[in-house]
Design a protein around this ligand. Structure first.
Ligand code: FAD
Length: 348
C-alpha cells in the first residue's frame, strides 16, 4: 500500500494516477485541498509565466502542459464532476507604452525559446475580448496557455478517488508513515523530511461575480502589465472572475487592504467592466517556495518519493508531478531530466 501524504492538487492527482494504474493507494490529509490549491488562480501557463533566467523550469512546465489533456482524460474516466478546464488561450496586454515595450521584449524572448506567442493589433485583441479597455498599448495572444478551476478540479479528483475506492484518511501525519510514501504535503513536507528548504510566499487573490447583463465579460485569461505591475483576470465557467495575485513574504496570511485595492485598480485599467461586478471574496494562500524556485521531486530512498515546492506553478506542474511519481514507483524512465529538482540539493 502506497501512502500519499497531502491532498492538494499534487497529492490528489498523484494518488489518482497511481490508483488508475491499479496500485493500492491511501491518501492522508486532515483537510484535503485546503492549502495553496484552495486559493490558486489555476492558470496552466508555461509560456506567459516564463521567467528570465529560469531555464531549468521551462522544460518541466512545457512537459506538464503536454501531459494535461491525458490527465483530464483519466479524471473524466472516474468522475462526471467538472474541473473548469478551459483551452481558449490567454491574452497578455500592456496598459501603457513602457508596459508595451516590456511585453514586446517578453514576446521576443518567448519566440526565441520556440514558444507560441503572437503579437496582435489591439483591434484584433478587442475583437477577441470586447471588454478590454480601448486605451491599451499592446497585446500578445498565447493560444497554448490554458486553465483549470483548482477548487472544482480538487473536488473532482476527490470524487474520482472515492470512485476508485482509495481510502482518504483525514488525519495529519506527524511522522513518515510506514511503507512506500509519496510526500506531497506542500509546505508541511519539511517537518516530515528535514533538509527541504520550504518557505511560504503569500498571494492575495480576489473573486468577482459577473452580473447577468455582462456575461460573459471575458472568455479567456487576460494577463497584463500595468505600470510594470503584473495582474491577471481568469474567467471561470461559473461566471466568476479571479483577479490575482500579489507576492509577499511578510508572514501575514490574510488579505492586505492595499493589495485588494491595487489588484482592483490594475485589473480595472485592463477590463473596466469589472467595476460592475459583485465582490465575492478576497483570500490569501501560501505558495510552497524553495530557494531556487524549482520543485523538490525525486526518489530519495527505497520507500520515499518527495514531490513538493511547486511554488507559483503547482497547478500547471500537477500533471508532471503525478506522471513522474508513477514512473518512479514503477521504476520506469520519466522521460525528463530531474537533476535540477533533486530533493537533497539544499541539504546542509
Ligand atoms: C494566490 C495564488 C495563486 C496561484 N495561482 C497559480 C496558477 O495560476 N497556476 C499555477 O500553476 N499555480 C498557482 N499557484 C501555486 C499553486 O497553488 C501551488 O503551487 C500548488 O497548489 C501546490 O500544491 P500542493 O498540492 O503541493 O500543496 P497544497 O495545495 O498547499 O496542499 C498541501 C496539502 O497538504 C496537507 N498537509 C500539510 N501537512 C500535512 C501533514 N503533515 N499530513 C497530511 N497532510 C498534510 C494540507 O492540508 C494541504 O491540503 C498559486 C498560488 C497562490 C497562493
Amino acid at each position: 500500500m502506497i501512502t500519499v501524504v497531502g491532498g492538494g492538487l499534487i497529492g490528489l492527482a498523484t494518488a489518482l494516477r497511481l490508483a488508475d494504474r491499479g496500485h493500492e493507494v491511501t491518501l492522508q490529509d486532515p483537510a484535503p485541498a485546503s492549502g495553496a490549491t484552495h486559493h490558486a488562480g489555476g492558470m496552466l501557463a508555461p509560456v506567459a509565466e516564463v521567467v528570465y533566467r529560469q531555464e531549468p523550469l521551462f522544460p518541466l512546465m512545457l512537459r506538464s502542459a503536454e501531459l494535461y489533456p491525458g490527465l483530464m482524460g483519466i479524471v473524466e474516466k472516474h468522475t462526471a464532476l467538472p474541473t473548469g478546464y478551459r483551452t481558449e488561450g490567454t491574452l497578455v496586454v500592456a496598459a501603457d507604452r513602457a508596459d508595451a515595450t516590456h511585453l514586446a521584449e517578453l514576446a521576443e524572448y518567448q519566440a526565441g525559446h520556440a514558444m507560441s506567442a503572437e503579437r496582435l493589433p489591439l483591434r484584433q485583441a478587442r475583437a477577441l475580448e470586447p471588454a478590454l479597455s480601448p486605451h491599451l498599448a499592446g497585446a500578445v495572444h498565447i493560444p497554448g496557455d490554458h486553465q483549470v478551476n483548482p477548487r472544482l478540479f480538487a473536488a473532482a479528483l476527490l470524487d474520482a478517488l472515492t470512485a476508485l475506492s482509495v481510502p482518504i484518511v483525514r488525519t495529519q501525519a506527524d511522522t513518515l508513515p510506514a511503507g512506500p510514501v509519496i510526500l506531497a504535503n506542500g509546505l508541511g513536507a519539511g517537518a516530515l523530511y528535514p533538509g527541504l528548504k520550504l518557505r511560504p510566499v503569500y498571494g492575495d487573490i480576489l473573486r468577482l461575480g459577473v452580473p447577468t447583463h455582462l456575461r460573459p465579460l471575458l472568455t479567456r485569461v487576460v494577463r497584463g502589465f500595468v505600470e510594470d505591475r503584473p495582474v491577471y483576470l481568469i474567467p471561470r465557467t461559473d461566471d466568476t472572475i479571479a483577479i490575482g495575485a500579489t507576492s509577499r513574504e511578510d508572514d501575514r496570511p490574510v488579505p492586505r487592504t492595499g493589495a485588494v485595492h491595487d489588484l482592483l485598480r490594475d485589473a480595472g485599467r485592463l477590463v473596466p467592466g469589472i467595476e460592475e461586478c459583485d465582490f465575492l471574496e478576497a483570500t490569501t494562500g501560501a505558495r510552497p517556495g524553495t530557494p531556487d524556485d524549482l520543485p523538490y521531486l525525486g526518489k530519495v530512498n527505497e520507500n520515499l518519493i518527495v514531490s513538493t515546492g511547486y511554488f507559483r506553478h503547482g497547478i500547471l506542474l500537477t500533471a508532471l508531478a503525478a506522471d513522474v511519481a508513477v514512473h518512479l514507483v514503477e521504476g520506469t524512465d520519466p522521460g525528463i531530466d530531474l537533476a535540477a529538482c533533486d530533493p537533497h540539493r539544499h541539504k546542509e
